[in-house]
Design a protein around this ligand. Structure first.
Ligand SMILES: *Cc1c(COP(=O)(O)O)cnc(C)c1O
Length: 538
C-alpha cells in the first residue's frame, strides 16, 4: 500500500489499491494530528484554532469524511459539531483545470472499501444539496460516482488556486457553479519555489555572483534580487553572470559525457524542457520544432546556425499510452539526429532517463532557454518555470497562468512569448478541423509530419507513429498545430538573441532580478495570512 506512490490506475485492481493508499495516508496524517493535539489540549472544539489542514489537490479529499468519522465514532461528538470542526480545519488547493483530472470513485468501490465513509459522504452531500438548492450536476455523488473535487470544496473553509489566472479560470470553469453556491470561498495563492534549494544549493556559481553583487542574505529575502537591476550597466556583472552559466554548462556536459556517452558543446544554447510528460504540456510541439531544424540544417549546413542542445526530461504516468509514445518519438529523433555527421554540433538532442528532483537541480542551473509551452489555460501554475527564471534562464512560453506573472515581473521585452491566449484557445476549439487547417497552412509542419509517417526516425518499425500523426491531423486536443508557426517564429528570435552573448546576459540578469516574487516564502506568508490565520514564530 505504501511501496509505490500513485500506483497505476487503469485496472480495477489498480484503482482499488490507489483508493486504499489515499485513505491510508490521509487517515495516518489525521490520526497523528489528533494524537498530538490531544497530548496538549482536551477540548476538541479548539481544533480549528490550533490546526490547519491543507488538502493538496483531491488526493487527500477523504480528509473531510475521515476527520468526521474520527470525531464522531472515536471521540463521541455529534454529526453537526464534528462537521463544523472538520470544516474549520480543512482547506483545499486545486491544481488542475482539466475536469478529467479531478478524481472520481465509483460508489460501488467506495462503498465496498470504505462503507462508513460512503455513509458520511452521502450525509455531507444531502446537506450540501439542501443548503445550496443545487441542481443535480452540482452534487458530490452523481451518476454512481463520488466527485472528490466537489467533496474537497464543500468541506473546506478556503479553496485556492495557485496562480492569478488559474484562480480566475477556476471561478469561470470547473468550479463556477460551486463558486456561485459558496461565494468568497475561492482565493489565490501564487506558487513559489524555495530559493535555498533551487538557487543557493543547486547553483553555487550564480549564488556567489549574487552575493558579491548585492550582498548576502537574498536567500531568505528574495525580493532583494531586484537590486541586481541597478548593476545592469556593469559589464563585470554581466560577464560574471555569463561565466557562472558557462561553468554550470561545462559541469552538465561532463555529466552527459559520463552518463550518456555524448559530447555536448558548452557554447551551444542549452534548451531545456523538463516536467511530467503530458499532452497539455506539449513536449510534442517541441519535438516537432526539433524535427523541423534537421532538414533545414542538412540543406544548408554552412549557414550561420545558432548551435542548440535540446534537453528533454520527464516521466509519464504508468498507464498513459499517448505520453509514452511521445517519449519514444523524442528518443528516436535523438538517435537519428545525434548520429548525423552533417548536423554535428549544430543540433543535439538528449533525454536522460529517470528525471527527478536531483536531475532538475543539475539541469536548471545549466539552462539558457526554459520551455514553458503548454496550451494557454491548461496549466494550473507550473513551478519549473520559476526555478529556471531565478537561475537566469530565459523563457519561451505561452500566456499560460504563472508564465503571465513571470512575464510581468521580468518585463515583456525579456521573455519570448508565442501562441494563443487562453481566450483564443477557447475560440479555436470551436473551429471545425482546426488541426487540419493549421497543418494545411504550414509547409514546415506538413514536412515534419511527413518525415514521421515515412518512418525516418524509426526505420526498424516505420508504422510506429501512424497513430500519433493521425491524431495530430484529426484531433490535436492541445492545439499543437495551431500554435506551431507562432512557436517557430519565436524560436527564430531566440536564435538571434543568443548569437549576441552580452545581450543574452543582460536579458538573463533582468530575469534573475524579476524572480524575487517567486519565492515560496512569499507564498507561505500568503497562506498564513489569508488561510491559516497564523503568525510566524521567527
Ligand atoms: C519543479 C518540478 C516539477 C514541476 O515542473 P513544471 O514544469 O512546473 O511542471 C516537476 N518535477 C520535478 C522533479 C520538479 O523539480
Amino acid at each position: 500500500m505504501s511501496r509505490v506512490l500513485h500506483p497505476e490506475d487503469t485496472t480495477d485492481n489498480g484503482k482499488e489499491l490507489r483508493l486504499k493508499q489515499e485513505y491510508f495516508l490521509t487517515s495516518a496524517a489525521l490520526q497523528d494530528i489528533l494524537r498530538r493535539f490531544l497530548s496538549k489540549y482536551d477540548d476538541l472544539s479548539m481544533l480549528p484554532s490550533k490546526v490547519a489542514i491543507q488538502m493538496n489537490d483531491t488526493h487527500p479529499a477523504l480528509a473531510g469524511p475521515e476527520l468526521m468519522r474520527l470525531l464522531i465514532d472515536e471521540h463521541g461528538l455529534t454529526w453537526d459539531t464534528a462537521k463544523d470542526i472538520a470544516r474549520g480545519c480543512l482547506n483545499y488547493t486545486n491544481h488542475t483545470l482539466l475536469p478529467e483530472a479531478l478524481e472520481t470513485w465509483s460508489t460501488w468501490l467506495m462503498g465496498r472499501v470504505l462503507p462508513r465513509h460512503m455513509q458520511i459522504i452521502e450525509g455531507i452531500d444531502k446537506e450540501h444539496r439542501a443548503a445550496t438548492k443545487c441542481p443535480d450536476d452540482l452534487g458530490i455523488v452523481k451518476h454512481d460516482q463520488v466527485h472528490m473535487g466537489t467533496l474537497a470544496f464543500v468541506m473546506a473553509s478556503h479553496v485556492n488556486g495557485v496562480s492569478a489566472l488559474h484562480t480566475e479560470l477556476m471561478k469561470e470553469t470547473v468550479f463556477s457553479e460551486l463558486n456561485d453556491a459558496y461565494p468568497k470561498l475561492i482565493l489565490n495563492q501564487t506558487n513559489g519555489v524555495t530559493p535555498r534549494r533551487w538557487l543557493r544549493l543547486s547553483n553555487p556559481a550564480s549564488s556567489k555572483v549574487l552575493s558579491e553583487t548585492i550582498g548576502a542574505g537574498w536567500e531568505s529575502d528574495l525580493g532583494r534580487l531586484a537590486e541586481l537591476g541597478a548593476h545592469e550597466a556593469d559589464t563585470g556583472v554581466r560577464d560574471a553572470i555569463g561565466a557562472a552559466k558557462r561553468e554550470n554548462k561545462v559541469a552538465l556536459s561532463n555529466w552527459a559525457s559520463d552518463q550518456l556517452g555524448i559530447r555536448l558543446n558548452p557554447d551551444a544554447m542549452f534548451d531545456v524542457q523538463i516536467k511530467r510528460m503530458h499532452e497539455y504540456k506539449r513536449q510534442l510541439l517541441n519535438v516537432f520544432e526539433t524535427i523541423a531544424r534537421w532538414p533545414a540544417i542538412r540543406d544548408n549546413p554552412q549557414a550561420d546556425w545558432t548551435p542548440r542542445v535540446k534537453i528533454f526530461g520527464g516521466k509519464a504516468a504508468p498507464g498513459y499510452f499517448a505520453a509514452k509514445e511521445i517519449i519514444h518519438l523524442i528518443n528516436d529523433v535523438a538517435n537519428t539526429i545525434n548520429t548525423d555527421p552533417v548536423v554535428g554540433d549544430r543540433l543535439k538532442v538528449i533525454y536522460p532517463a529517470n528525471y527527478n528532483v536531483s536531475m532538475a537541480e543539475r539541469l536548471i542551473p545549466a539552462t539558457d532557454l526554459s520551455e514553458q509551452i503548454s496550451t494557454a489555460g491548461k496549466e494550473a501554475s507550473g513551478t519549473g518555470n520559476m526555478k529556471f527564471t531565478m537561475n537566469g534562464a530565459l523563457t519561451i512560453g505561452t500566456l499560460d497562468v504563472a508564465n503571465v506573472e513571470i512575464r510581468e515581473h521580468v518585463g515583456a521585452e525579456n521573455f519570448f512569448l508565442f501562441g494563443m491566449t487562453a481566450a483564443q484557445v477557447q475560440q479555436r476549439y470551436q473551429v471545425m478541423d482546426h488541426a487540419r487547417d493549421a497543418i494545411q497552412a504550414s509547409q514546415t509542419l506538413r514536412n515534419v509530419l511527413q518525415m514521421i509517417v515515412e518512418g525516418r526516425f524509426n526505420p526498424d518499425d516505420p508504422q510506429r507513429y501512424n497513430g500519433l500523426v493521425d491524431a495530430t491531423w484529426n484531433h490535436d486536443p492541445f492545439l499543437v498545430a495551431s500554435d506551431f508557426e507562432s512557436y517557430l517564429s519565436s524560436q527564430a528570435k531566440v536564435d538571434t538573441a543568443y548569437a549576441d552573448p552580452d545581450h543574452w546576459n543582460t536579458l538573463a540578469l533582468r530575469n534573475i532580478a524579476g524572480a524575487g516574487f517567486f519565492s515560496s516564502d512569499r507564498t507561505i506568508k500568503g497562506y498564513m495570512k489569508d488561510i491559516w490565520d497564523t503568525k510566524s514564530l521567527a
